[in-house]
Design a protein around this ligand. Structure first.
Ligand code: LLP
Length: 398
């Protein structure tokens, strides 16, 4: 990244590397070509910045939405409604209506109660609602408990015991077309074993249904592939090959059956950094604090999940004063990097080694392209952060 270009921009802001995003999308599309009948729906909850959506549209991916707002956003961005899937445990009536009127590909239905409401609204609109049932596979994942979704005690999906009953309901309720199953076990999953367990569970469920003469047109295995937060420079593109190999090897797709998936983080995390400026370096008695102008309002992941992002001082060497050259002290120091918000969890990192850091330095908080800008808030009446591409900032001062 050319830091001269971003020197004059008003911090904090998100910076997106669209070239890396394109490389990542190419890597996915290489796998898509390898596996017949594979359909990728980008989970737009991870990042809905227009420049990101434009690249994803160009790459030909579909979209996974979880709200009416997301559906409207991607329709406005030019995505084909016939490639949109719509999940979420609490779809409001207006959101269901919007999705039906737009003609989305599929509702991922999370309860029989929701199915009944979709049927009613579909009748009112004179539409047929295509649905997959989200089954809770009771498969745990090795990830943070707050982003695990597939255990029996999680709020998501329909219990496996109720699967046949709700499929039966699809046939009874008017204006419902049953397409298949949707399963998702969580996010930031790096152990392929977890996905293999999901593939085996899916096979069991499919065998069980087949014995009852129930055929599935679609299997949707959700999202969840993780990224390397510790070393984004050496692992900028997630290992899509191993991920898709899991499904190719372990999932017993039937002839003509479609495989759908919904990656979010894996596509966009590494292409975004949160750029923030050092306001103060506070020398405590036992600890040095780098206080930056971004906080949990711009990036809530550390405060919410204890997530740790790689932090780089991208201007330290530029801000050195003459005395620093003449009488160099230590090159590095140990810091806590914290934000300005009035919450003790507003901490980006503890005890990390950085080049000696000063007021005015620019800090990059890496791997922030997923669940960064989309989860920003206005707490403390702070303005929402803007997002730029590297190209934007080389053209103008932001
Ligand atoms: N499909 C469903 C049904 C989901 O619930 C999610 C994410 C995805 C796909 C996309 O998952 P991904 O490929 O991005 O892992 N805010 C949290 C992550 C929450 C994920 C919610 N569901 C974080 O910052 O880590």
């Amino acid at each position: 990244m050319n830091i001269n270009n971003i020197h004059g921009a008003t911090t904090p802001f998100y910076l997106y590397d669209t070239a890396l995003l394109r490389t990542t999308l190419d890597a996915i599309n290489t796998e898509v070509k390898r596996i017949p009948n594979l359909h990728v729906h980008y989970a737009v909850k991870a990042n809905a910045h227009p420049c990101v959506l434009a690249e994803i549209l160009k790459a030909g991916l579909g979209i996974d939405c979880v709200s009416g707002g997301e559906i409207q956003t991607v329709l406005d961005a030019g995505f084909d409604p016939a490639k949109i899937v719509f999940a979420g445990v609490g779809k409001a009536d207006w959101e269901i209506r919007l999705a039906l009127e737009a003609g989305i590909f599929c509702f991922n239905v999370e309860s029989k109660e929701e199915l009944e409401v979709i049927s009613q609204i579909a009748v009112e609109c004179g539409k047929v609602a295509p649905v997959c049932l989200r089954i809770n596979p009771d498969v745990g994942a090795h990830t943070h408990s707050h982003i695990t979704t597939g255990r029996a005690e999680d709020k998501f999906g329909i219990a496996m015991e109720d699967m046949e009953y709700v499929i039966g309901l699809c046939a009874l309720l008017p204006n419902i077309e049953f397409l298949g199953l949707h399963l998702h076990i969580g996010s930031q999953i790096l152990e392929m074993e977890d996905f293999i367990a999901l593939a085996h569970r899916t096979n069991e469920l499919q065998d069980r249904l087949e014995q009852q003469g129930i055929k599935l047109r679609i299997i949707n295995i959700g999202g969840g592939l993780g990224v390397d937060y510790d070393d984004p420079n050496n692992n900028p593109v997630p290992n899509f090959h191993d991920y898709f190999a899991v499904w190719a090897e372990h999932l017993k797709l039937r002839p003509g059956q479609e495989l759908h998936c919904e990656p979010g983080r894996a596509i966009v995390a590494q292409c975004g950094s949160l750029i923030t400026r050092v306001l103060y370096v506070k020398e405590g008695h036992e600890q040095k604090f780098v206080i930056v102008d971004a906080g949990m309002t711009e990036l809530i992941r550390p405060a919410l999940y204890g997530a740790r992002h790689k932090i780089e001082n991208i201007t330290a060497t530029q801000n050195l004063r003459l005395t620093d050259w003449l009488f160099p002290a230590t090159d590095t120091a140990v810091y806590d990097v914290v934000g300005p918000i009035c919450e003790s969890t507003d901490v980006f990192a503890e005890d990390i080694v950085l080049p000696v850091t000063r007021r005015g330095d620019l800090i990059a908080i890496r791997s922030a392209g997923a669940y960064g800008e989309t989860m920003a808030s206005c707490y403390n009446c702070r303005p929402l952060p803007k997002g730029f591409t590297i190209d934007d900032l080389s053209d103008t001062d932001a």
